[in-house]
Design a protein around this ligand. Structure first.
Ligand code: EPU
Length: 336
């Protein structure tokens, strides 16, 4: 039997620490409970994983469903790799540590990303040269319409930069019950991202293990990004914009150091954090919220801010980047 709670605060369930109420709230840990909970369905429906990629701007007048599907199951193992089917409600970083400790390689660069396993394919989480799409073989999802179970292959997930089919054509249609990852037992270390190399060099490490890479990533993230248990935030608030070569060149004419990265399709990814910093927002504090002082891509709630205040700040940032660079930033965080 699931317990439906009435009128509870969602503050403990979102890393921004926004205090809004949900009419109804329920945690589900298996398919039967999910079905039972949805019998109470009060539209709209909000599915919560770790609550690390949402900004709650108002009272939620429906049913909030927290994904508590747990478990790590070995599906297949060879000398080269291992396939693990992992419950959507498992905490992402705990799963990363489990893999690092067992020497299963592939997600060590994704250490310390807040959130749950079920949310990882949704926005194709990525950091330090790796995206989760590189190791996902299958996503098991339950239809919210008829409770049928569907397995999406990697290709069917239609992964892109911070996006997947679950954020586009199938948005709101599925509950992610588990994700299957194929990890390597003979690690290929990926230190292509400059900051990892310098961190390893500082530590005097020449032939890193996946544990060394994970430790380096943890140190880099801790030095740049706020810890959500201390300062409310949702990681990068905006996506890095992808622009044409002409637009990139125009910016470089004036700002020779503007970070830019060529994409496989010949377009260029610009650093949103850099653009925002150029507009003077980095470290700006308005009452009890603002722009983080070590990474301008991150908006922060120092305590007691409303989602609407943070949303309005993000709109002001978008406007000023548009004015200065003629680039329209897109929010990465889901606005509820
Ligand atoms: N930069 C600035 N000012 C800033 C922030 C960044 O000039 O305030 C410059 C940096 O100096 C660097 C460039 O912008 O030259 C890129 O910065 P960084 O390496 O910090 O990465 P990012 O592009 O800002 C992305 C991800 C992060 C991920 C890092 C590391 C997105 C939206 N964000 O940030 O992901 O950790 O790369 O791989 O793609 C997240 O999604 O929540 C997240 C934290």
């Amino acid at each position: 039997m699931v317990t439906i709670l009435q009128n509870i605060s969602l503050k403990p369930y979102n890393t921004f620490g926004i205090d809004v109420q949900a009419n109804q709230f329920v945690e589900v840990s298996n398919q039967i409970e999910l079905k039972e909970a949805l019998a109470y369905n009060q539209e709209p429906l909000l599915i919560l994983g770790g609550g690390s990629n949402i900004l709650l701007t108002k009272k939620f007048e429906g049913l909030t469903l927290k994904n508590n599907f747990k478990g790590i199951q070995v599906i297949k193992e060879t000398d080269e790799d291992i396939s693990l089917k992992v419950g959507g409600g498992e905490v992402w970083h705990e799963f990363v540590l489990y893999c690092v400790n067992n020497n299963f390689a592939g997600i060590e660069n994704l250490s310390l990303i807040p959130g749950n396993v079920g949310a990882s394919p949704m926005q194709n989480i990525g950091a330090y040269g790796v995206e989760v799409k590189d190791v996902i073989t299958e996503v098991e999802a339950i239809s919210l319409k008829d409770f049928s179970v569907r397995n999406f292959t990697n290709q069917e997930c239609d992964f892109g930069y911070r996006t997947s089919i679950f954020k586009t054509t199938e948005k709101g249609n599925y509950f992610i019950s588990s994700v299957t990852f194929r990890l390597k037992k003979q690690p290929t270390i990926n230190t292509s991202y400059g900051a990892i190399n310098s961190e390893l060099e500082n530590r005097g490490i020449k032939t890193p293990t996946i544990k060394d890479v994970s430790d380096a990533v943890i140190a880099i993230r801790q030095s740049k990004l706020p810890d959500p248990s201390k300062i409310g935030n949702s990681g990068s608030f905006f996506k890095n914009p992808i622009v044409s070569e002409a637009k990139k060149n125009k910016i470089l004419e004036k700002y020779i150091d503007a970070p830019n990265y060529i994409q496989p399709n010949g377009m260029f990814k610009m650093a949103a954090g850099w653009l925002i910093e150029q507009c003077g927002w980095k470290g700006k504090t308005l009452a009890n919220y603002g722009v983080y002082d070590k990474q301008a891509l991150v908006l922060v709630n120092y305590g007691g801010a409303t989602g609407k205040e943070i949303f309005d700040l993000s709109s002001d940032i978008i406007k000023s980047v548009e004015k200065k660079f003629k680039i329209t930033l897109e929010r990465e965080v889901n606005i509820i």
